[in-house]
Design a protein around this ligand. Structure first.
Ligand code: HEC
Ligand code: HEC
Length: 235
C-alpha cells in the first residue's frame, strides 16, 4: 500500500471507530469490545507494511507496545487515542486476548532479490557480524525466528516493507522501547543496505502456521533489552 492509500484508509476509518473501557453489560465480551481494532489489524493474519498484524505475537511484546503508544515511545495518533486512557490491567487483558489468537498466515509476495543480497541477509540474521558488533538476530528472536516468549516477537512472516519501516523508525527515534532499547542499538549498527538485505531474506522465509515462540532463549541474550525478562545478557 502506498502512503497516500494508507492515509485515505485512516480518514475513512476514523469516524467509524469508537472504543471504550470495559462496562458491565452482559453482552460486552472482550472479543466484541476489541472488534474496532480489527478495522486496522486484520483478524486473518494478513500482513501489511503499515498495519502490522498483532494476533499471535507474544503477550508481553504486545503489552509493551500498548504501553509504548500510551507513554509516547511509539507514535501513531489513532493508537495513542485508543489506548491513552486505559488502565494497565485492561491493556494486559487486550495483550492476552490477541496473543492467544493464531489465525493462519496469509502469504505476501516474495520480494525479488539477487543471490548476493539474500546471502548477506542470511548471514546477518543467522550469524551477525562480530567485527561490526552486530549480534545475530537469532540470538534474541529464537533459533527458528519465531520469537521468544514472553516479550520478543518472531521475524518470519513480516513483510519486507514493514521491517524496513520499523528500522527507519528506530534509526530516527520515532520508535522506542523501554530502556535499554536494544533494537535501537542494533538498528544503529546496520547500514541501509544491511537492512534491505535482512528484510528481503526474512520476507523470503516460509512460515509454519504451527510454530510458536520459543519458551526461553538458547543462550543468554547478547545485549540487555528493556521490557524483556532478564536472561543474563550483557549490558
Ligand atoms: C486506525 C487504525 C488502527 C486501529 C483502529 C488500531 N490500530 Fe493498532 N496500530 C495501527 C498502526 C498503523 C500501527 C503501527 C504504527 C507504527 O508503525 O508504529 C499499530 C500498532 C499496534 C500495535 C503494535 C504492533 C507491533 O507489532 O508492534 C499494537 C499492539 C496495536 N496496534 C494494538 C491495537 C489495539 C489493541 C487496537 C484496538 C484497541 C488497535 N491497535 C486499533 C493502527 C490501528
Ligand atoms: C539483543 C536482542 C535482540 C537482537 C540481537 C535483535 N533483536 Fe529485534 N527485537 C528485540 C526486542 C526485545 C524487540 C521488541 C522491542 C520492543 O519492545 O519494541 C525486537 C523487535 C524487533 C522487530 C519488531 C517486530 C514487530 O513485529 O514489530 C523487528 C522487525 C526486529 N526486532 C528485527 C530484528 C533484526 C532484523 C535483527 C538482527 C539484525 C534483530 N531484530 C536483532 C531484540 C533483539
Amino acid at each position: 500500500m502506498t502512503l497516500s492509500r494508507f492515509l485515505l484508509r485512516i480518514a475513512l476509518l476514523a469516524p467509524s471507530i469508537a472504543f471504550s473501557a470495559p462496562t458491565a453489560a452482559p453482552s460486552d465480551t472482550l472479543a466484541r469490545r476489541l472488534a474496532p481494532c480489527l478495522a486496522c489489524h486484520q483478524p486473518q493474519g494478513r500482513n501489511d507494511a503499515f498495519f502490522p498484524h498483532i494476533a499471535g505475537k507474544p503477550e508481553d511484546y504486545l503489552y509493551n507496545q500498548l504501553l509504548n503508544f500510551r507513554d509516547g515511545r511509539r507514535q501513531f495518533p489513532m493508537m495513542t487515542y485508543m489506548v491513552g486512557n486505559l488502565p494497565e490491567p485492561y491493556l494486559r487483558e487486550i495483550a492476552q486476548f490477541f496473543a492467544s489468537q493464531h489465525p493462519p498466515h496469509v502469504p505476501a509476495p516474495v520480494p525479488a532479490a539477487t543471490a548476493q543480497v539474500l546471502a548477506r541477509g542470511r548471514m546477518l540474521v543467522l550469524q551477525g557480524d562480530a567485527a561490526r558488533r552486530i549480534p545475530a538476530c537469532v540470538a534474541c528472536h529464537g533459533q527458528r525466528l519465531t520469537g521468544v516468549a514472553p516479550a520478543i516477537p518472531g521475524l518470519v512472516g513480516l513483510p519486507r516493507d514493514y521491517i524496513n519501516a520499523q528500522f527507519g523508525a528506530w534509526k530516527n527515534r520515532a520508535r522506542r522501547a523501554q530502556a535499554p532499547d536494544c533494537m535501537a542499538d542494533v538498528a544503529a549498527r546496520l547500514t541501509e543496505a544491511d537492512v534491505a538485505a535482512v528484510s528481503t531474506w526474512l520476507a523470503s522465509q516460509p512460515v509454519d502456521d504451527a510454530a510458536r515462540p520459543a519458551t526461553a532463549p538458547a543462550a543468554p541474550l547478547p545485549m540487555r533489552c528493556g521490557g524483556v525478562p532478564d536472561h543474563g545478557g550483557a549490558p
